[in-house]
Design a protein around this ligand. Structure first.
Ligand code: BGC
Length: 771
């Protein structure tokens, strides 16, 4: 009897993203048909080599306002020049648009730039091919929503769909954009990597569900929608696996791990309708992603069935030279294009060298034609051939964001916050009758509310924590605000002032954490801790013996220590954007109960990185809190998290009944119901609970993770109420990839948990039986 049941690889990648797509994939098919469109084929036949190579090129669009003497730039990507130099540059760019030497433009500063460039393209070029405009709309534009990792903590993909929809509406209206370089769907298991802030965390299933939801949100129900913003899913692939969490470093993963862990969110995004993806900066198995034919053609187009276009990451095609993979610019252009990278971001090497490469017989023209075909199909799908100005409207650009976006930002912010602990029910605080000392560099901070990737000027300044608190506290005189220290340095007398304020207060709120610059691109940290100056402040304040609530500002999981770790209550506050202060205050004073859950593990120490729950079973497993010699742990700490993936508290206490299966066997072709009764013990508070389903394959031909989340549901429980939550398991939930990358399920015994986090609960078992 063959004990393995093969299933197709595509199905595997789909089932790994279980049901993620079903809810979001509708109107827009993810697999862009490369069927020959007579209109496009006719264009290709008429294009010169230079015009074809021009379509492969993206560059920063310059604003005509640059030449005004008092030009104030909004967008940090716009260079600073004298008016004369600016005029020369602008004229030069317009001349290149006229010559058909530019296909895509990025990061417009204002609607004037988009109008001028598009008019030039469609009125003054020989073939009148419209430009496509892209930018980094990551978590906001006029309204700033929480950073993506924060929204993932809501475990509510639908919320991320809604905020992505709002971003799309604002960016298409305000700038006439056609595409965003988002979502970032890189699984991130090493918290030293700064870009964990841009994704959905460490888990494959959570990542896949958020990937699909965000694509669906950006693109809307139909690409015909005026506010449909194409999603460019990034970074293909395994950028999050950068060795030691160091940005731009190579990866050391097997192709099986690539397929099992890093690709499913991309697959889910493509199924939800994404037709553009961005090649990553990193190498995989010795090949830079942007120059890897194996990755961009065999895996992406062959195995995943993606037929859209690939955009390089900022000059990553040029970086093939520094990698030592290409000899010079010409070689880099040839390698990247032949690998399957269709559009070069900002380097200019495609228009510079591709015509010459084709003429010299060093690049087959069919390779160029295929890239151009994909690009023109993407432009067709964006509706640009029907109406190149469909998204560009001066009138819409002047409209303020709908007021509903602010409400959505508040909801998203409150749902993103994770309460890690709340000893003796210190929270919520009463809104009157208590003296509060609000201490720390993030108490009144206005600079670090939005977090990384907020390059455009939002419509209104985001609201700091202190203003949110003032908005709820009834006696203003009861609030004392002291900075105490800077983010990374002490300030003279700061600690003394903070200690005095703490002594005079009934309770202290300590606002600590990371600045915007400490996460995001090129922001890896060796120590993922609260910076020493803030730690010193926390130690001094805590020594007063006053109860302390820590409110973190952070773009990654932190290794909390000392007085920060030991505070009575801790809220993970991320970068919440426009509604930071009001949302945090709602939670602190109990207008809303916290409901977020950790989308990644909080470790005990930085040295545990990469540390994630779905790690492989060891031959010498760690023994919980014990540090017994010859088991897998570091000498100085037990190998446990401080707070596990999935953990988070609300004001209601929630109890999980035992996990039960409706049968002891699951047939390969059948299904099994797994359920548990969840009870809200509180008489006062309703609860929002993220009920998580984990499995563990006890014996398999490849070592399996100690636990793997295969489904989750978010439920609401009124005070005192219970609900029996049931998940239906099928063999597809139990599959894994074999060494030959073929998906399989192996009959045998499985543990299954319904639990509130990856470290909690008692499993029950069932048998998967083969035919
Ligand atoms: C980042 C991308 C981003 C691009 C354009 C790169 O440095 O890696 O994520 O989309 O810049 O701003």
């Amino acid at each position: 009897m063959d004990k393995n049941m093969p299933i197709s690889r595509r199905n595997f990648l789909l089932t790994s993203a279980i049901v993620s797509v079903a809810a979001y994939g509708k109107a827009t098919s993810g697999r862009l048909g490369l069927e020959k469109d007579p209109f496009i084929e006719d264009l290709i036949v008429r294009m010169t080599l230079e015009e074809k190579a021009g379509q492969l090129h993206m560059e920063n669009v310059l604003t005509p306002r640059m030449i005004q003497p008092n030009f104030q730039k909004i967008n940090p990507f716009t260079p600073n020049f004298t008016p004369e130099v600016a005029e020369g540059l602008l004229n030069d760019q317009l001349a290149r648009i006229r010559a058909g030497a530019i296909g895509f433009m990025t990061s417009p500063e204002d609607i004037d730039s988009t109008i001028l460039a598009q008019k030039t393209a469609v009125e003054e070029t020989r073939l009148k091919i419209p430009l496509l405009f892209g930018a980094d709309i990551i978590h906001g534009h006029q309204t700033v929503f929480p950073v993506p990792i924060a929204e993932a903590a809501s475990f509510e993909p639908e919320l991320a769909r809604q905020t992505a929809r709002a971003c799309a509406l604002e960016a298409t209206s305000n700038l006439g954009l056609d595409m965003t370089y988002a979502p970032m769907v890189d699984i991130a298991r090493d918290q030293r990597w700064g870009r964990v802030v841009e994704g959905a965390g460490e888990d494959v299933l959570l990542g896949a569900r958020f990937a699909a939801a965000r694509v669906s949100g950006f693109q809307g129900e139909s690409r015909d929608d005026l506010h449909s913003l194409l999603a460019c899913v990034k970074h293909f692939a395994a950028y999050g696996a950068a060795e030691s969490g160091l940005d731009y470093a190579g990866t050391a993963i097997s192709e099986r791990v690539l397929a099992e862990v890093y690709l499913p969110p991309f697959s889910a995004a493509f199924d939800a309708g994404a037709i553009v993806t961005m090649a990553a900066f990193n190498t995989i198995d010795g090949e830079p992603s942007t120059g890897s034919h194996h990755l961009l053609t065999e895996i992406l187009r062959g195995q995943l069935g993606f037929s859209g276009a690939v955009l390089s990451d900022f000059q990553s095609e040029l970086e093939l030279i520094k990698h030592g993979f290409a000899a010079d610019e010409k070689d880099a252009a040839r390698l990247a294009l032949s690998a399957g990278c269709d559009i070069g971001m900002a380097s200019g090497i495609f228009p510079r060298y591709v015509p010459e490469l084709v003429r010299a017989g060093q690049l087959d023209e069919s390779v160029l034609d295929q890239a151009v075909r994909r690009i023109l199909l993407v432009k067709r799908e964006a509706g640009l051939f029907d109406d190149p100005f469909r998204r560009i409207s001066e009138q819409r650009a002047r409209s303020p964001a709908p007021s509903s976006h602010r409400k959505l930002a508040r909801e998203a912010a409150t749902k993103s916050v994770v309460m890690l602990k709340n000893d003796d029910n210190l929270l919520p605080l009463p809104s009157s009758g208590k003296r509060i000392a609000l201490i720390g560099p993030f108490a009144a901070d206005q600079e670090n509310l939005d977090g990384p990737w907020s390059p455009f000027v939002p419509e209104r300044p985001s609201v700091p924590l202190v203003d949110g608190i003032r908005g709820i506290m009834q006696e203003r005189a009861n609030l004392n605000v002291v900075k105490g220290c800077d983010i990374e340095a002490s300030i003279a007398g700061g600690i003394d002032e903070a200690v005095n304020a703490a002594r005079e207060a009934d309770v202290v709120i300590l606002a600590l954490g990371e600045s915007t610059d400490m996460s995001g691109e090129s922001a890896s940290r060796t120590e993922i801790t609260v910076p020493p100056a803030q730690q010193d402040l926390a130690e001094a304040v805590s020594a007063t013996g006053k109860p302390v609530v820590v409110v973190l500002r952070n773009g990654r999981a932190l290794a909390l220590d000392g007085a920060v770790r030991d505070a009575q209550a801790i809220l993970v506050g991320w970068f919440l954007g426009t509604e930071t202060g009001p949302a945090l205050a709602d939670l602190i004073f109990g207008k809303v109960s916290p409901s977020g859950r950790l989308p990644m593990t909080f470790p005990l120490a930085s040295g545990q990185q990469p540390f994630y729950y779905a790690r492989e079973s060891s031959g010498r497993p760690p023994q919980g809190d014990s540090t017994t010699k010859f088991t897998s742990h570091f000498l100085d700490i037990p190998q446990v998290p401080l707070y596990a993936f999935g953990h988070g508290l609300g004001y209601a206490e929630v109890e999980y009944g035992p996990t039960q299966c409706n049968a002891s066997n699951l047939n390969l072709a059948g299904s099994l119901d797994v359920s548990a009764t969840i009870t809200n013990q509180s008489r006062r508070w309703s609860a929002e609970e993220v009920v998580q389903l984990y499995i563990h394959d006890r014996v398999a031909s490849l070592v399996q993770p100690v636990r793997k989340m295969v489904d989750f549901k978010k439920i609401k429980l009124a005070p005192g109420k219970s609900e029996t939550v049931t998940f239906t398991l099928t063999a597809a939930n139990l599959s894994f990839l074999k060494r030959d990358l073929q998906p399989t399920v192996e009959p045998g015994e499985f543990d299954v948990w319904i639990a509130p986090s990856a470290e909690k609960g008692t499993p029950t078992t069932f048998n998967l039986i083969g035919a």
